[in-house]
Design a protein around this ligand. Sequence first.
Ligand code: PLP
Length: 376
Amino acid sequence: MEVRVSLNTNRCSADRRDAIVAAPVFGETFTDHMVTMSYVDGEWGALGLEPFGDLALSPAALALHYGQSIFEALKAYALDDGGVALFRPSTNARRMNTSASRIAMPALPDGAFELACAMLAEADRDWIPTADGAALYVRPFMFASEPHLSVRPANEYRFVVIACPVASYFGPELRAITVGVESDDVRATPGGTGAVKFAGNYAAGFAAHGRAGAAGYDQVLWLDAGEHRWVEELNAMNVMFVWRRDGRVVLSTPPLGGTILEGVTRDTLLRLASDAEGLSINEVIERPTSIDEIVTGCADGTLLEMFACGTAAVIAPIGTLVLAGQPLTIGDGNPGPVTMAMRARLLDLQYGRSPDPHGWLSRTAELLVRHGVVLG
Ligand SMILES: Cc1ncc(COP(=O)(O)O)c(C=O)c1O
């Protein structure tokens, strides 16, 4: 893979950067560099590290008209030994190609996704916050750049990676969030695009999200399109439940089935909960959960905890679910012990503070060496 490096000679001052990194606002300030790669004439060109800046784009670029646009999200962590690691970048790379295929876009060349993220995190390693819960949020995305108005897949695409320092998603204090169950709109339909990170999925959820925000809720819980009864996920997080069943503690999450995004955090937690001792979880299952079951579980006390999980928010405890305007308190309404233990396990793993038996941390410096890339 051809790599080009053009370092930014007009970087943010160290004082300003350090102030931003000390108190980052999600998605607001970007690092000094970005990585780009163009697809033209059926081939991907060189992977280029370059100064962060505006993209030149024709107003006829197909993504602006027919929506061919997908993205990914992962984090780079500053490890205690001074190294930098990405968490499970190959899983995101695979998901990016799955999204690309669903929206009739070309796949990325093998290894390009991981290398692009590693180049950016290494070049901008001074932007990586070290506070607990903070990290560098890496945003790879791809869109149709060909200037044309025919209703068809584009022949030209741009793959870009940008990054920004982030702290905890819902503020410095971990609190239980309030989630409104959406009663009208649906996020995904069978056979649709809900299982991939297609940009349009998110736009389709904004109106409901706006209504939920106006009512004072933090997030929307989406139900299935057919019966409006089965729990799917939040706007950018999967959802998990902790139940007491016959004296046993059961962790459950809705099964994937074409309408739910296969979250990397979801998969990680399912595996951590199955592997790990000391989490007080007796059983881990993927099974459909209905709203009726949640109502009953709250009434008879068998639903102990509920939380959302995803790269940006890590784990967000859910304290209240609002159903047709009626609040339902989950457990005692506060972050529960299983939720907090899972969160601590996950963060320890991501920050390299606990053993990594699955090899989920990918050191960026090693990725660069493997590809013979020197940033200069
Ligand atoms: C719709 C949706 N569900 C779930 C998730 C969580 O996925 P991950 O854990 O890979 O961040 C995301 C975020 O990417 C998302 O956009």
